[in-house]
Ligand binder design. Sequence first.
Ligand code: HSE
Length: 299
Amino acid sequence: MRIKAPSSTANLGPGFDIFGLALDAYYDEVEVSIIDHDIIIESYDNIPLDVKSNSAGLAATKLLNDFKISDGLKIKIKKGIPTGYGLGSSAASAAAVIRALDKLYELELTNEELVKYAAIGEQASAGSIHYDNVAASMLGGFVIVRSEPFRVVRIEPPEMRFCIAIPKIDVPNMKTQVARSVIPNDIPLKSMVSNLSNASMIVAGFSMKDIRLITESIRDVIIEPARARLIKGYEKVKKNALEAGALAVTISGAGPSLIAFLDGREEAVRRAMLDGFKEDGIDAHTILCNIDRKGTSII
Ligand code: HSE
């Protein structure tokens, strides 16, 4: 069973751990075959091959255990999504393997179950479970996740274009864990109200396919300011892109990539983002992309 899964951007500003959006920028491909015993991960890419340290391996192990499946698996992973840059790379591999197992063993899991199993893989790469990237990669489009009680809602988004700027820097191991450790524990009520109101407007914007409402609400006064310090070039890239005509700019997931929401002026925004990183001495590359609406799919 061969499955591909798209990259994704999580948070969209105020929707930390709640919002995900699937992007057609990159895809991972995962091939799963049944073997006699053990789970073996194969890949030519620079990812952990140890089952417990690999997002797909960890998610697959849990599913096999829960369903008392005694087969072994060979999981071949071809990474298309850059690892560690805030584009849902580990989530995509985990989403693909769970979709493959659902098909191979005819489990007919619900969307919630698919997302829950795939999210177990995030423990391997992020040190904790969050559902936003896996939900987007699994289902495509715009997703909202709530962990208690668990629920995933998918909304068919309007046509949107994005420019992602990916700095060419080495990312630390367990980068997401580092990026989560800087988030404040105590949040002033005013900040909570600001983020909650903007997040609510983003949901309304997607429901009404109102791109202006979505993008004017991409304002995060809690997590983004804390994480901005970790991303060299952040201030300049954001300022440049907005001045060049981007509708909104935010950190993609835990970063360090930045994502601009576009309304034309694509080349100007692209250059502005590159120049922003350059002003702080960082090389970067950009990719223009759209929303992926399919999520995981058989290839
Ligand atoms: N919501 C997660 C975070 C996404 O921001 O830490 C990680 O890609």
